[in-house]
Write a protein that binds this ligand. Structure first.
Ligand code: PLP
Length: 486
């Protein structure tokens, strides 16, 4: 790439954006590394199929291309005087504006003082950042729900008193359930709610919920970690948090969006260089947000990657993305629900969820299902409790007594009977054939036929691994595990 002339600096990034968009196609859109062959327990290699998008995604091609294009221009930003520093600063600030636009707001227009996008590591950091910045007192009430990921539970329960919206047996709740929690006294300071569950893919009726909170004068933070790659973000939410690595930009950047005024006073979450205007040994003059909230050297590459992902998804368009993912969700959830011995957790297969499905297989531990999918079929899924323990216990129908028993076992270092489920989650790259491959594999496991290779469980982790000759699977760090029957 030839560098832009000084007077052309503002155009440089836009030119590259256009190039990235020129490579767009309708979904399914392959991701970097799709189909790479991996070793299986029978000694064969099979193309790897990732169905773990809800945990993290590989990069979109245009994201990788944009990062490679930018790397020769990488330099220190903000206070660097050199030409490259100015290019890099321009691109970083452009990424910030793109994040704001992606969240449905501009830096000046939407509310008094406008909104800011704070570039951070991920959703977890963004929510912890916000919990610190809101200066909650232990007696303040935050309304949240039992369907949250721990990232949207623990920061609030540590800083304040949580009031939880319960869910039904199918893992859902409605606007009136949230309204009832908001109406209890003392009045809450905040509603913290997920945009979509990472276990069931269910999306709470956010528009009505946000309106109900605003009617009562309660601001809302939406954990958009799962929503961001799949649906437009709710522009009415006061605060939003999401992660680049779940939307095809795995370069370590996430975003916290909120009103500038919320960050205008008080100490920032992180104190250090870049967040200040002037420091004397006994006095600090913090600078204005968003820089006030971004102490330390920022993740410029992550921000550039995030913008490339935003540009690519925007270029593809929500209509194309949503209709593709609806087809995938339908095939996945109906397909699993129709396999004898498989139980789909959460709302029914027609509930209009994201392409995510958590399930159990009668008589086969969740850890063994996941291990067999990996070792026999080269399919990568996730199993366990998905960092949303309260929600999963409800979906599985476990009582408080059950949970107490499990806790005691874990305290003794034994995770062999940990409750859990298997989760398959898809994205922009998933094809109908991918889903059929998963369904056929799950049907083989659910059929009750013994596995073609023996497996051994490590009670410390609860994980299963094939043993004997199949144990290595080509992994450099693996050792041959002695095999015990069963
Ligand atoms: N919120 C939800 C709903 C999630 O699914 C996740 C991760 O799986 C998080 C928050 C935390 O995201 P991160 O690990 O990027 O901080």
């Amino acid at each position: 790439m030839t560098g832009p002339a000084y007077h052309d600096l503002p155009g440089a990034s836009q030119d590259r954006t256009t190039q990235a968009q020129g490579r767009l196609a309708a979904p399914p859109v392959p991701l970097v590394g799709d189909g790479i062959p991996v070793p299986c327990a029978d000694g064969a290699e099979r193309p790897y199929l990732s169905l773990d998008a809800a945990a993290s995604t590989a990069a979109l091609g245009p994201v990788l291309a944009r990062v490679e294009e930018f790397l020769p221009w990488y330099s220190s930003i903000h206070r660097g005087a050199g030409y490259k520093s100015q290019v890099a600063t321009w691109d970083y600030e452009n990424a910030r504006s793109a994040a704001l636009a992606f969240a449905g707001r501009s830096s000046g227009a939407s509310r008094a003082g406008g909104d800011v996008a704070i570039i951070c590591r991920n959703t977890t950091e963004a929510l912890n950042h916000l919990a610190y910045r809101l200066r909650l007192a232990p007696g303040d009430v935050v309304v949240t729900t039992v369907a949250e990921h721990h990232a949207n539970l623990l920061p609030w329960s540590r800083a304040a008193t949580c009031r939880y919206v319960e869910c039904g047996r199918d893992g859902t709740f409605g606007v009136t359930d949230v309204g009832a929690a908001l109406d209890k006294r003392p009045a809450p300071r905040l509603l913290a709610i997920t945009g979509a569950s990472n276990i069931t893919g269910w999306m709470p009726p956010l528009d009505g919920i946000i309106a109900a909170a605003h009617d009562r004068g309660v601001p809302v933070v939406v954990d958009a970690a799962q929503l961001a790659p799949h649906r437009p973000l709710p522009a009415e939410a006061d605060f939003l948090a999401w992660s680049g690595h779940k939307m095809y930009a795995p370069f370590g950047a996430g975003v916290l969006v909120g009103p500038r005024a919320a960050f205008a006073d008080g100490d920032p979450f992180l104190a250090g260089g870049g967040a200040v205007d002037l420091v004397d040994l006994d006095e600090v003059l913090w600078t204005a947000p968003p820089e006030r909230e971004e102490a330390g050297s920022p993740n410029v590459i992550g921000a550039v990657a995030l913008q490339a992902s935003i540009d690519t998804l925007t270029g593809i368009g929500w209509n194309a993305l949503i209709s593709h993912e609806r087809r995938i969700a339908h095939a996945l959830r109906h397909g699993l629900a129709s396999i004898p011995g498989v139980c789909l957790l959460g709302p029914g297969p027609d509930a209009g969820t994201l392409p995510v499905a958590a399930f159990t297989v009668d008589g086969v531990p969740h850890a063994l299902v996941a291990a067999r999918l990996a070792a026999e079929e080269a399919i990568g899924v996730r199993h366990g409790c998905f960092c949303a323990h309260p929600y999963l216990m409800r979906l599985l129908g476990h009582t408080r007594g059950d949970v107490h028993r499990y806790r005691e076992q874990v305290r003794r270092g034994d995770r062999s009977a940990m409750p859990g489920a298997v989760r398959a989650s898809a994205g922009i790259n998933t094809t109908g054939d991918d889903i059929q491959r998963l369904l056929a594999a799950v049907a083989r496991i659910a059929s009750g036929n013994p596995p073609p290779v023996p497996y051994r469980q490590d009670p410390r982790t609860g994980d299963f691994r094939p043993c004997g000759d199949a144990a290595g699977l080509g992994r450099p760090d693996s050792h041959q595990a002695p095999c015990s029957p069963g």
